[in-house]
Structures are given as C-alpha cells and as structure tokens.
Design a binder for this molecule. Structure first.
Ligand SMILES: C[S@@+](CC[C@H](N)C(=O)[O-])C[C@H]1O[C@@H](n2cnc3c(N)ncnc32)[C@H](O)[C@@H]1O
Ligand code: SF4
Ligand code: SF4
Length: 339
C-alpha cells in the first residue's frame, strides 16, 4: 500500500472561491461554496513552511484563481520556491500585470474554453468573451516570444458532453492556433443540474466515444496532444471495474486547501480533515483525521463514501451515474451546498 512522506509532495490551493463567469455546466451555477472568500498574502505566508517543500503546487481546485485580489504577490512568493506550478483559468482576467508575472515562471497554464464560436462560447460559458480570451492568449504568446521562454506551457481544456463532442476538432484547431504545447484536454461532463443530465457521456457512450476518437485522430494528424482526462471510456471502465474507482494514492502525496483554511485529503472529498488557521499544516498531514480517511480510500470493505462515488476525472467511472450525476444532490465536494 502507499506510504506518506514527511510532507505533501503536491499541494493544491483555491486562492478564491469566486468566479467572474457562471458556465452553464459548472458546479458554481448550482451550488454555493461554503464561504465566499479569498486568501490574502499575509495568510498565505503562514503556509510557506509546507508549500515551499512541495514539488508541485496547483493554484486552483474548484474556482477561478485570477479573482484573488493578491494573486500576483502570492504567485511572486510561490515562484521563489522552485516547484512545478500550474493552474487552470477561463483566461478572461489575464491582464498585462498577470501575464508579466507568469511568463518564464509558471510551468503549465490551462485555459478552459467550451464553445469555439462566439455563439457557442456565450451559450456554454454565459458571456460573449471568446474574443477577449483569444486576445489575451495572443498577448501571452507575444510576451513568451519576447522573453524567449516556452513557459507557461499552454493547454486548452474543454468539457466533453453530447452537445459539444462533435466540435472537439475545433478545440484542436484552437490549440494549434495558439501553439499549445500541451494540446487539448477533454473533461467528462458531470451533471450539476437536471438540464445537463442528457448531455453526460453516459447518456450515449458509443456516440461520445466515436466522436472523441475522430477528434483524437485529427489531433494526431496535426501532431497535437489530445487527452481525454483519465483515459478513453473503455480504459476508464477497465481500470475502475474492481474498486468503483482507480487505485488512488492522492491522500498520501497531496493536500487540498481552501481559502477559509479548510484542509481536505483531495480536491473531491466532502469533509475537511483540519483547518490551517487553527492547526499547523504539518500536524494535519500526520494527524488522525487524515489517517482515518486514508484507511478508507482503496479498501472495498471499508470505503469512504467520497471514494465510493469518486467524481474525480482521473479516478472515476464515467458510466456509473453515482459518479457523474449530481443533479439532485443537496451537497457537493469541498462543503458546497445547493443554491
Ligand atoms: C471548475 S474549473 C476551475 C478553474 C477555472 N475557473 C477554469 O474554468 O479553468 C476547472 C475545470 O473544470 C471544468 N468543468 C467545470 N464544470 C464541469 C463539469 N460539470 N464537468 C466536467 N468538467 C467541468 C472546467 O471546464 C475547467 O476546465
Ligand atoms: S470559469 Fe471555471 S470556475 Fe468559473 S464558472 Fe466556468 S468552469 Fe466554473
Ligand atoms: S475521493 Fe477520489 S480522488 Fe479523493 S481520495 Fe477518494 S478516490 Fe481518491
């Protein structure tokens, strides 16, 4: 079985629980975070003894990191740690100041776009801002060229659903247009409201798989990376058959932090194992609550409810309704509650 080292190798942290968009598919359209809050530079400084030891730091989990007021000064601190760094954003708030801070220092940046025409973007993402995202990516690439750096390495992430699966080739074109070294990532839609249920891949897996395979072939013909998150439907089903989710080592190598101080064993768990405003992160990492959670991750006889119905793209079945359909759930990961 897995063993935990003296400190987490990977930390993810939501710097803010806010977002400037309300994408129709997103949990934020149906659930409210436990608190509307963000972390300040002073609060972040308290985490440095643990964060500065991590090998990789992800600056988001469930919300929009660029809505954090202190994003730039916090990133300036993180850049001194020497860790691999990554976040995902809708890309609308990539100002010149943010671009200046990221270029040559952030390792990976994912920009999320679902809908590759002005009309379909506005339908799925809720605002007519595709041109802003394109302009921002062009300025980011110009800044990379001016500094002679390939960082941040770019990727576009798009939500795979019955309505968009035939448009995945447009995501490949988008990755090509912006010279995205990490290509395209497709996430499998989870339904957070009843209107999204018929759009889940499991509503017609054969159609979804065939269209995704075509887009993958197109990407290969252009030499562009194309990643269905967690694998193809067949690969995921084979890997999740025994446990209901893949063998998961996340709570042995990672901690997941919220800006209200709550600390979770992974980004998909429902209950915190501590709060970093009340206890040292080092003590939470070695403490009894996280140990008890770890004991229920991969044991079929004694599985945490979070793990039994894990909705993490890299771990879950994409055909099992419990791991994909949250359209009537009253609560959601990270303490979210239905609006
Ligand atoms: C929740 S967002 C947070 C980070 C940032 N705001 C962004 O959009 O990239 C993280 C990723 O989840 C994806 N996502 C949101 N809702 C989803 C859903 N219902 N099913 C699958 N993926 C989803 C988004 O497209 C995005 O790539
Ligand atoms: S931009 Fe990201 S966090 Fe904001 S609503 Fe869309 S998917 Fe959710
Ligand atoms: S909820 Fe999923 S990602 Fe989190 S520990 Fe359990 S199996 Fe792993």
């Amino acid at each position: 079985m897995f063993t935990a080292g003296p400190h987490p190798l990977h930390v993810d942290i939501d710097l803010s629980t806010k977002c400037n968009l309300r994408c129709r598919f997103c949990h934020l359209s149906h659930f409210e975070p436990k608190e509307w809050t963000q972390i300040s530079l002073e609060q972040f400084a308290e985490l440095e003894p643990v964060l500065s030891r991590a090998k990789s730091i992800t600056l988001f989990s469930k919300y929009e990191p660029l809505t954090c007021r202190d994003f730039v000064p916090i990133f300036e601190r993180i850049a001194t740690f020497g860790a691999e760094t990554y976040f995902s954003t809708n890309g609308i708030l990539l100002t010149d100041e943010v671009i200046d801070a990221l270029v040559g220092r952030l390792t990976f940046l994912t920009v999320s776009v679902t809908g590759f025409t002005r009309e379909t973007y506005a339908r799925h993402m809720g605002q007519d801002r595709l041109d802003t995202v394109r302009d921002n990516l062009a300025r980011l690439n110009a800044a990379k060229a001016a500094r002679g750096t390939d960082l941040p390495k770019l990727r576009v992430s798009t939500v795979g659903m019955q309505e968009t699966v035939d448009d995945l080739t447009m995501a490949v074109d988008f990755a090509r247009d912006f010279a995205m070294a990490e290509g395209v990532q497709v996430t499998y839609l989870k339904a957070h409201g009843p209107e999204m249920v018929a759009d889940m891949p499991l509503a017609d897996p054969a159609r979804f798989a065939a269209s995704a395979a075509k887009a993958a072939e197109y990407a290969a013909s252009l030499g562009i990376k194309f990643d269905l998150q967690g694998g193809t439907i067949d690969e995921i089903e084979a890997a999740t058959a025994a446990l209901g989710h893949k063998m998961c080592d996340m709570p042995w190598r990672r901690l997941s932090l919220q800006p209200n101080g709550d600390v979770y064993p992974c980004p998909l768990s429902y209950q915190p194992v501590g709060n970093f405003f009340e206890e040292r992160l080092e003590d939470i990492w070695t403490g009894p609550r996280l140990a008890a959670f770890r004991a229920g991750v991969n044991d079929p006889e004694n599985m945490n409810p979070d793990c039994r119905d894990c909705s993490h793209c890299r771990h879950r079945s994409v055909l099992k309704p419990q791991a994909n359909d949250f359209s009537t759930a009253e609560t959601y990961v990270g303490g979210m509650r239905r609006k």
